[in-house]
Design a protein. Structure first.
Length: 468
């Protein structure tokens, strides 16, 4: 590649340090994720505007001052996140200046005050500490990205519901500890995927709408707000602040009580866990020697033109491997959030939370596409089901025939079949069961238990499974 094809800006400047080259699971979803530095800067600006409006709402700041701040910072009345934000040069300056104070809020406040008319300038960041603004911006960023993630999960879930219904009665070999176990159905396997995914989505939804604003002042006592407006105003201000941003009202400052971050992290990991199970099953069942499932558009190989790799499954699994370790960083940071404001632990959260959101979004985007194109090879399913020549219903034989010919005799017959004898012939030669329908007894499709009902249960309203 000619050296002049990449500029400094391409590598580390305005076009971004990480554009997904080493994170293919996120590359497709990154441009629309809303997780870039520019969006986070807009979230911080939105938090600052919301604070000035909250001061006006509680009757301390003049309404004209709050609107002057909002107008100067480019806010839309109906959507604070639609602020104009920072230009590329300003953003680069903010990033550079953030290092000296340890966080980006300190230089940002100076930039914003320079934009605001002098009559309203005093209400920018009034009484707040940097962590109030940055934590609130993180919650805004997480909520907006999380809503996008939920939308993808809903699409994937609806596809799974249709897939499970379509394959409700398609008998397949269940596997436990890698080996054929008993018959199941393709539909039930998909139903189990769906239940895991639906529960993860529900937990994420709960976590997103509990994300609180942060407002505690320098030491989490709200002393600055109380001094400015009095105790009653200080008590009312967090609710007004949260309301401006449609975030949950905090019970108290959570500068060192980091459950909003860790509970969100746990919900995101549950999402990647659920998607990882789907991806692992698809990858396994698409192996050449199994061939029961295939992605709609498999990937190729640089060396082996015959290959049709389950690329989306591979990428989802990469996200599922990364996610728990990112959450572990967040839990470690929460445990080390000492004093009244953390030193270092808080700073470690920012990139870890954003990357966790990123990989969850990437996994969901790939899962949505994977499931939309998932193909079942019915011939391969049937071939694999019959590989054991009837032994897949050995459990049924033990239960049904044990009382008649004895458990030991059943085991002898099964062992003989495992050594190569024809199980059907062995059973027909047993005098005491000669009147039984041996073909029906060996039919795997007649030993799937409640598989069909468990698939049908997906259509029930939440909580209705146990209702009478």
């Amino acid at each position: 590649m000619p050296t002049d094809e990449l500029s400094d800006g391409d590598i580390g400047g305005g076009r971004g340090f990480d554009r997904g080259l080493l994170s293919p699971v996120t590359a497709g979803s990154d441009p629309d994720s809303g997780l870039d530095d520019a969006t986070f800067a807009r979230c911080m600006i939105a938090a600052e505007i919301a604070l000035t409006r909250a001061w006006a709402e509680v009757g301390v700041a003049p309404a004209e001052a709050a609107e002057a701040v909002a107008e100067a910072l480019g806010a839309r009345a109906d959507d604070l996140l639609a602020v104009h934000g920072l230009g590329e040069t300003e953003l680069a300056e903010l990033i550079t200046a953030s290092a000296s104070g340890g966080n980006p809020v300190i230089p940002l406040v100076g930039m914003l005050r320079d934009r605001v008319p002098s009559r309203a300038r005093t209400w920018v960041h009034r009484g707040a500490t940097s962590q109030d603004i940055l934590d609130t911006a993180l919650m805004l960023l997480a909520r907006e990205a999380g809503i996008g993630l939920l939308a993808r999960l809903v699409e994937a879930d609806e596809t799974l519901l249709r897939f499970a219904a379509a394959h409700r009665d398609q008998t397949a070999a269940a596997r436990t500890l890698t080996q054929h176990a008993v018959p199941t159905t393709v539909g039930l396997r998909a139903a189990n995927w769906e239940r895991g995914l639906a529960r993860a989505a529900a937990r994420l939804d709960d976590a997103l709408w509990q994300l609180p604003a942060q407002l505690g002042g320098a030491g989490g006592t709200l002393a600055s707000f109380s001094l400015i407006g009095g105790p009653d105003v200080a008590a009312a201000l967090p609710s007004a602040f949260a309301g401006e941003l449609d975030l949950a009202v905090p019970e108290a400052p959570w500068h060192t009580t980091r459950w909003p971050v860790t509970e969100l992290a746990d919900a995101l990991v549950q999402v990647t866990d659920a998607l990882g199970v789907i991806a692992a099953d698809v990858a396994t069942l698409s192996r050449t020697e199994i061939g029961e499932l295939a992605e709609g558009a498999g990937g190729g190989s640089s060396a082996m033109p015959q290959k049709r790799n389950p690329v989306r499954s591979v990428l989802i699994r990469s996200a599922a491997i990364r996610a728990p370790h990112l959450a572990a960083t967040l839990h470690t940071a929460a445990a080390l959030a000492v004093d009244e404001r953390p030193d270092g632990a808080w700073h470690a959260e920012w990139p870890a939370l954003r990357e966790l959101l990123r990989v969850a979004l990437g996994a969901a985007a790939n899962a949505e596409a994977l499931l939309a194109g998932l193909v079942v090879d019915a011939d391969a399913v049937d071939r694999n089901l019959r590989l054991s020549r009837g032994l897949i219903v050995a459990e049924r034989l033990s239960i049904a025939l044990g009382p008649i010919i004895g458990a030991e005799r059943v085991r002898q017959l099964v062992d003989a079949a495992g050594a190569g004898a024809d199980l059907g012939e062995l059973l027909r030669a047993e005098p005491s069961i000669a009147d039984l329908d041996i073909d029906a007894l060996l039919d795997p499709s007649d030993y799937t238990g409640l598989a069909g009902m468990l698939v049908d249960g997906l259509t029930l309203e939440p909580g209705a499974e146990g209702a009478e």
